[in-house]
Design a protein around this ligand. Sequence first.
Ligand code: ASP
Length: 351
Amino acid sequence: MTDMQNRQDKASLLLLYTGGTIGMKQDPNTLTLKPFDFSQILAEVPELAKFAYRIDSVSFDPIIDSSDVDPAVWKEIARLIDVHYDEYDGFVVLHGTDTMAYSASALSFMIEGLTKPVIFTGSQLPIGLPRTDGKENLISAVEIAAAKDANGHAMVPEVCICFDNRLLRGNRTKKVSADEFKAFRSPNMPPLAEAGISIRYNDAIIRKPVDWDARPAFTYDLDTRVSILKIHPGITRQVVRNILCGEDTRAVIIETYGSGNAPASEWFLSLVSEASAMGKVLLNVTQCLAGVVNMGIYANGKAIQDCGVTGGGDMTVEAALGKLFYLLGKSAENDAVKRNLALNLRGEISI
Ligand code: ASP
């Protein structure tokens, strides 16, 4: 047995179970889906015992459907990782699929300088059903969370989503299917790893910490005064005004068409200018699944750029939301937030 194999076999992992389909099984009497006692995870997935890892688990109380996830849940996930950081080699977060891309994005910003993997996973079918995708997803997530390189460093010290044999950077990921096993994609970033007969890591694009020995910095101050304005044909002045100029928002993500285009009507542009003059952070993110915002291509893009809108590059809306909560929490100065939005903080934007 090589040193590396030996080290990996001794890996210790913490599973955080927040809820979602993955932790459900069918009640044999009523045939309804119910959460199972997560401390029995090894009984449900006996394959995990074939790894020689130490696997501990913590279950949220109450466990939740991920449609109920809010920043308090993200803070609790971060807190558990923070408190147990030195005890484990990696962390696996079991989470419902509906908001997994939001949670993985937010956590990627809340933890700076990660040296260990934080791997989110879940499933489309409950783990207690014969055709479940949950076992395979969990087993791959566990193996990846334990993986070390020849220097004994984590193979993937990033916040990721492991689903359907692919490891995706969390803040690049979107849920793209409500019913296929291939539920997630990261259209603007290739997978960080793919699980076939062996797990093939795309090491060239995996982010590494500047200092492997430094403890990461955890941020718990999130400012959620952010709205999302999705542009569509027929959008009304009232809706645009309410969202852009609302007193309680510091920032608005404007989900535009294509490469960052929006209506160039006089009323629309004057509301954008008004919000900008109020000092709000206005961030342009495309509604398209893939591609990048470039407001210099079309006159309609240039028009909103001239009203003070910042380009979001190829960020997903999920990443943009987490990044704004994080940056607004860090600074009371909206101009500083605008400057930092353009920076690549955690691999969320190609620049
Ligand atoms: N509604 C569930 C959730 O997101 C769906 C799932 O787990 O896949 O919690």
